[in-house]
Design a protein around this ligand. Structure first.
Ligand code: NAD
Length: 338
């Protein structure tokens, strides 16, 4: 089967990781990435051997900076089967029209609304809903994290309701502009948008969320309280998490007490860019009392959605019908063990 030709629009935090992941798949070809300005990241794309495509108005600026471009964004659209849009949130509408005019499939990210595509994607929860679709949206990092654990729990032991507090990282590590750099900032518009975003994939789930921004760049942490339909044991929950795709159990007893230790673990694993693609659950922090389950999980916001984008390409381009088979293929290429 011919390789699916993939373009990545926007080469920032998410786009550069999607590009690396696409290039690692043996059934996909990375045709190129886009960059708006001749920054160090544009040079890094060239060094990695990626074709660089830029807005027509900016071609000269790249030439002046000595950076060789392959063409314009419109040229890229003529050479791909699917584009993964990794531009900042809320520019999607403008690009959707371009992608549709060029007749290419497009994946958007969690910064866009569900209404932009009408389909949202999570590999664990609804792989088949994007089968053959022209447009889909990989939900945000936090929503991906919640779906990875709540969906398998709901499948096995029906969830009556879930309540989550999200302790959010203030900025990504490469971002020196956003904050707070000191203090904790509650999201006062309640409940936060994260619950409805989970419902874009599990509309039946009764879930409410609150969020607090914290002065850290490493990861988000979720405190999750779930009411189940029946009384189960802590071991029952651990068994669900052990077999859930892209969920990693760690123990505080082993020295993994904070998100800093998780990032150190990712470095020890030799992961590309020190990424932790799995949702990390503290095994010794899982507790069931009656039919109420409590647990903590950590989300590496820069990377948990990357394998999801790869699976979404396979579903939309009808490359692999079985979710588990796509996940296994993606995981193998990206060095994810579960
Ligand atoms: P980013 O700012 O790091 O990268 C965006 C890239 O798009 C930059 O390279 C920028 O130069 C480029 N860009 C800006 N305007 C453009 C335009 N008009 N046309 C083409 N390229 C343009 O952003 P990001 O963090 O990678 O976020 C991208 C998307 O992924 C957003 O929807 C965001 O909500 C979502 N997302 C982000 C994270 C995260 O934690 N960073 C996690 C999950 C999902």
């Amino acid at each position: 089967m011919a390789k699916i030709r993939v373009g990545v629009n926007g080469f920032g935090t998410i786009g550069k990781r999607v590009a690396t992941a696409v290039a690692a798949q043996d059934d996909m070809e990375l045709v190129g990435v886009t960059k708006t300005r001749p920054s160090f990241e544009a040079k890094s794309a060239i060094e990695k051997g990626y074709g660089l495509y830029v807005p027509a108005d900016n071609v000269q600026a790249f030439k002046d900076a000595g950076i060789e471009v392959k063409g314009t964004i419109d040229d890229l659209l003529k050479s791909v089967d699917i584009i993964v849009d990794c531009t900042p949130g809320n520019v999607g509408e403008e690009y959707r029209a371009k992608y549709q005019a060029a007749g290419v499939k497009a994946i958007f990210q969690g910064g866009e609304d569900h209404a932009l595509t009408g389909i949202s994607f999570n590999s664990t929860a609804n792989y088949s809903e994007s089968w053959g679709a022209q447009l889909s949206r990989v939900v945000s990092c936090n929503t991906t994290g919640l779906l990875r654990t709540l969906n398998p729990l709901d499948k096995k032991y029906k969830i009556k309701n879930a309540f989550v507090t999200i302790v959010r990282r203030a900025a990504d590590p490469g971002d020196a502009k956003n904050g707070p750099i000191n203090g904790l900032e509650p999201s006062v518009k309640l409940p936060t948008h994260h619950g409805p975003d989970v419902q874009s994939i599990m509309p039946w789930l009764n879930i409410n969320t609150m969020a607090v921004k914290a002065s850290t760049t490493l990861m988000h942490v979720h405190t999750v309280v779930v009411q189940l339909d029946q009384e189960i044991t802590t071991q029952d929950v651990l068994d669900v998490f052990k077999s859930a795709p892209r969920v990693r159990l760690v123990k505080s007893k082993d020295g993994i007490k904070s998100t800093a230790n998780i990032m150190e673990l990712a470095r020890e694993l030799g992961r590309d860019r020190s990424d932790m693609y799995e949702i990390v659950v503290w095994e010794d922090g899982v507790k069931v009392v009656g039919n109420t389950l409590y647990y903590y999980q950590a989300v590496h916001q820069e990377s948990d959605v990357i394998p999801e984008n790869i699976d979404c390409i396979r579903s939309m381009c009808k490359m692999e019908q079985d979710a588990a088979a796509s996940q296994a293929k993606t995981n193998k290429a990206m060095g994810i063990s579960q």
